[in-house]
Design a binder for this molecule. Structure first.
Ligand code: GLA
Ligand code: ZN
Length: 678
């Protein structure tokens, strides 16, 4: 991965699909974009059908015209390869490109993101198109980046995928015996004798829908986990093929694909290693709390070493695909955009510049709506943000977001936790991560979301919620970190299995047992509505979802269960290990608990909030070239007052502030402040 920014200013723009409307309108689009301070368009996202009308014909005439127009108007291009949806003739002629669903249903032509990742046809024609595009447009010096395909995702269970899965397994395990061991196929006599015995885990084999909950389950976690890895790898190979085709012609232009944050289907931490920069599409549901959105940004920044990212898509106003497509309220789009910048975005882009007139996205928000006017609320707000970003220019491009606390996130672990049959379907990985992230967010403590591969030394506190799967050697990494003085926190149902979802002999939390100084004998899953309780720092908190029954083996109890037959057993433990501490939070509790717990932990470890703010006002920092930029983001619909802790210059409105000044933040208001060194 290299960095996006050869750019000298923040780019601002979005998806532009003018091939959908008459060319007479194009000039007007250009005029309106200039008015809104837009300086980049993403072109050619879904044009495969036009670019390649049959096996041997390529036709770039329309794209040529659009590329010329955009260049003549001084705009940059993020050039997509159009391989997110295949042409109809290809499906008719080469049905291997069509996906097969989890229930065995072979799809026909339709939809998008619809190509089988192991289809020989797809693997031939997709990179071929990418190469042709690169050759044709290589002399355009306004191509800022390449955008391969679109929002990779989904799964395929066709025969080509099945064959490829066997090859993938053979490469990973070498022998069928090793496959049998890893999947523990001795259970229910599922032993494979031959590679041909292995079939994809789906509704025709190991998967089923649980009638009580409607949730999908698997009978064999090992094979299901490997399928997720395999499917993610298969799609990554498709990305890589296009990436290589482009790089061969244009080695200096960065290549990306737009990700979807906490998308379960693809191991983005692995993907990011193959991308030149991370870009992602931010479509919060109206019910998503600001902390959830902030978490997604941090997750994307952390995919590959805490690098800035590009916000590839967001709607300026409304989506079309949610059950209720609520308008972003006045100021909300601006607030969410600056929140993205605060967490590491170096460019802000929209889906879409102009609304299309037909099919399912015709009511999706756009910078220019069907009326085609500049005097709309949305257009005015887009223009205001454009002006602000233009004024900021490149001030803190590539700026860092310093953090002393980290939360571990791991896709394999996510899959494993949620494929687990027992103890509780209420254990959801993102929710558990969010318990801790939300608390840090409310405290205005900056957090990095890190990978298993990342070094821990720069963090005072490392939190690994639901670290169910401990990958080979990670226990040693954690021991070293804590022994040298780090503070490590994990939760219930951690240290249970290795990367094959096989339990270690010798008691829970398995390979974390020595570090945590405890032994977990049993796990009690409480159905919705049932609670236990424990006291911490003089206050009683609820215990629900899962209660681990813990014995101390050197750790100290900081709270004990108060009810039921395990009353008196530890609910929260701290183990002094070398120079550091390892904390086990043996149950799930409420928001107040997590905030109290982390507040204490952070202050004991010298981690300060970025700034004190009233509830509902987020504070975040980016640093660049020795300067500190403080973002104050009022997520509430009320005016809020922030008492400043330093001297600041307001970069959006121009005034100067002194320490202890009261800054009045209007509802949904944003301030970007540069700290003045006194
Ligand atoms: C995704 C896609 C876009 C568009 C938007 C609509 O992010 O990448 O093509 O469909 O959703 O919200
Ligand atoms: Zn397939």
């Amino acid at each position: 991965m290299s960095c996006y920014y050869k750019e000298t200013k923040m780019l601002y723009g979005g998806d532009y699909n003018p091939e959908q409307w008459p060319s007479e309108i194009w000039e007007e689009d250009m005029r309106l974009m200039a008015k809104a301070h837009i300086n980049i368009v993403t072109l050619n996202v879904f044009s495969w059908a036009a670019l390649q009308p049959d096996e041997d014909t390529y036709d770039f005439s329309k794209l040529d015209a659009v590329m010329e127009l955009v260049r003549a108007n001084g705009m940059k291009v993020c050039l997509a390869t159009s391989t997110g949806a295949h042409p109809a003739w290809m499906a008719r002629k080469h049905p291997d490109i069509l996906r097969t669903e989890k229930n065995g249903m072979k799809r026909k032509f339709g939809g998008r993101h619809n190509s089988c990742p192991n289809s020989p046809t797809y693997r031939k024609y997709a990179p071929k198109l990418a190469a042709k595009l690169a050759e044709r447009y290589q002399n355009y010096d306004n191509i800022a980046a390449w955008h391969v395909s679109n929002e990779y995702g989904g799964e395929c269970y066709c025969e080509n995928c099945e064959k490829a899965f066997r090859v993938w397994l053979k490469k990973k395990y070498g022998t069928i015996d090793e496959v049998n061991r890893s999947f523990n196929t001795a259970f229910w006599g599922h032993t494979f004798y031959d590679w041909e015995d292995i079939v994809l885990p789906n509704f025709l084999s190991e998967h089923f829908t649980d009638e009580a909950t409607g949730e999908e389950r698997t009978m064999f976690q090992g094979i299901s986990l490997d399928y997720m890895r395999f499917n993610s790898d298969s799609m990554l190979e498709c990305f890589q093929l296009e990436y290589d085709a482009i790089k061969k012609v244009m080695p200096d232009i960065p290549v990306t694909t737009n990700l979807m944050a906490a998308y379960k289907g693809l191991d983005y931490q692995k993907w990011a290693g193959a991308m030149d920069f991370v870009s992602w599409d931010n479509y919060p549901a109206p019910s998503d709390r600001p902390a959830m959105i902030a978490f997604r940004h941090d997750l994307m920044r952390g995919l590959y070493g805490q690098k800035p990212f590009v916000l590839m898509e967001q709607t300026p106003s409304v989506t079309n695909w949610q059950p209720y497509n609520r308008l972003k309220r006045p100021g909300e789009m601006r607030l969410l955009s600056w929140q993205a910048v605060a967490h590491g975005a170096d460019a802000i882009q929209f889906f879409q510049i102009r609304r299309s007139i037909g099919a399912c996205e015709k009511y999706h928000g756009a910078v220019i709506d069907h009326a085609g006017r500049a005097d709309t609320r949305v257009f005015r707000e887009v223009t205001q943000l454009g002006e602000e970003l233009e004024n900021i220019g490149g001030l803190f491009l590539d700026g860092k977001t310093p953090a002393k606390a980290a939360i571990l996130f791991d896709w394999d672990n996510w899959w494993a936790v949620e494929y687990s049959a027992g103890p509780s379907i209420r254990m959801k990985y993102i929710d558990t991560i969010q318990d801790y992230y939300q608390a840090a967010f409310a405290l205005n403590v900056a957090v990095d979301i890190i990978r298993v591969e990342d070094a821990l030394e720069s963090y005072q506190v490392v939190i690994a919620p639901l670290l169910y799967m401990v990958k080979h050697g990670y226990e040693q990494k954690l021991r070293d970190y804590v022994a040298k003085g780090g503070t490590f926190v994990t939760s219930y149902f951690s240290g249970m299995v290795d990367e094959h979802d096989l339990v270690d002999f010798g008691g829970y939390p398995g390979r974390l047992r020595e570090l945590m100084g405890i032994w977990v004998e049993e796990n009690d899953a409480l159905p919705e509505g049932e609670q236990n309780a424990f006291s911490y720092c003089g206050k009683r908190y609820p215990a629900d979802i899962l209660c681990d029954l813990v014995h101390l083996e050197g750790a100290e109890a900081y709270g004990v269960y108060e009810e039921d037959f395990y009353a008196g057993m530890p609910a929260l433990t701290v183990n002094q290990y070398g120079k550091g501490k390892a904390c086990y939070v043996a149950t799930h509790s409420n928001e107040e608990f997590y905030q109290t717990f982390l507040d204490r932990l952070f202050s004991q470890n010298g981690i300060q909030p970025v700034h004190q703010t009233p509830v509902g006002v987020e504070a975040a920092v980016r640093e660049h070239a020795g300067e500190t930029y403080l973002f104050l983001l009022n997520h509430t619909a009320e005016e809020k007052i922030v008492v400043l802790e330093d001297h600041y210059e307001d970069l959006l409105q121009g005034q100067m502030y002194r320490r202890l000044d009261e800054l009045v933040l209007e509802k949904k208001g944003v301030r970007l402040l540069r700290r003045i060194h006194a």
